[in-house]
Ligand binder design. Structure first.
Ligand SMILES: Cc1cc2nc3c(=O)[nH]c(=O)nc-3n(C[C@H](O)[C@H](O)[C@H](O)COP(=O)(O)O)c2cc1C
Length: 173
């Protein structure tokens, strides 16, 4: 049986969910079984040997309550390797924030767990899926519109995960 990893995400408009799917696809290619679940719907972490968690930034804050997810599953989460990614427009539009600060937000939300890796990926802004208020805000802030997800960067990061998490090949499982 290959090791099983959970890719848990929060996503308001779907772009983080799609990235979670791509991370899982890359893990599967490395011989690891991966499940993708919105983290609010995760019942138990018992089946998993590793966790990847992803969430987008909205107005400077992580969307989705990563901290309460960690609290709810703390016993198990302390015993498995955890990696995380944050989505935002900041990597392509610095006025939207500092990606290093997003790493800090995620790292703080994961406490007391220390992740093996945290990264920030550029996200997607699609005015057709935004509310009027969101569209007004992003227009006002002159935020660029488009899909800035770098699938090669997402795949490259995902490929490092088995080694960073110490699961998969070479683990004798
Ligand atoms: C109303 C709104 C506020 C946002 N605020 C930020 C922000 O403060 N910093 C940032 O880097 N990206 C920001 N973004 C960009 C989102 O993080 C990006 O669109 C992400 O891909 C959305 O993920 P989702 O489709 O999974 O919800 C914002 C987007 C919207 C629509």
């Amino acid at each position: 049986m290959p090791p099983l990893v959970l890719v848990a995400y929060a996503s308001k408009r779907g772009s983080t969910a799609e990235v979670a799917g791509a991370v899982a696809g890359e893990l599967e290619r490395a011989g690891i079984a991966a499940e993708v679940i919105e983290f609010g719907s995760v019942v138990s972490l018992d089946p998993y040997e590793g966790l990847v968690i992803g969430a987008p930034v909205y107005t400077g804050k992580l969307f989705g309550d990563v901290a309460s997810f960690v609290r709810r599953h703390e016993d198990k989460i302390r015993r498995i390797p955890v990696a995380a990614f944050v989505m935002g427009i900041a990597p392509v539009y610095p006025k939207a924030g500092d990606p290093a600060q997003f790493v800090g937000l995620m790292t703080a939300a994961l406490q007391p767990v220390t992740p093996v890796a945290v990264t920030v990926f550029a996200g997607k802004l699609d005015p057709s899926t935004q509310s009027f208020a969101e569209r007004s805000l992003t227009k006002l802030l002159k935020v660029p519109v488009g899909d800035f997800r770098d699938w090669n960067a997402i795949a490259a990061w995902s490929r490092q995960l088995p080694d960073l998490m110490g699961i998969g090949k070479g683990e004798g499982r």
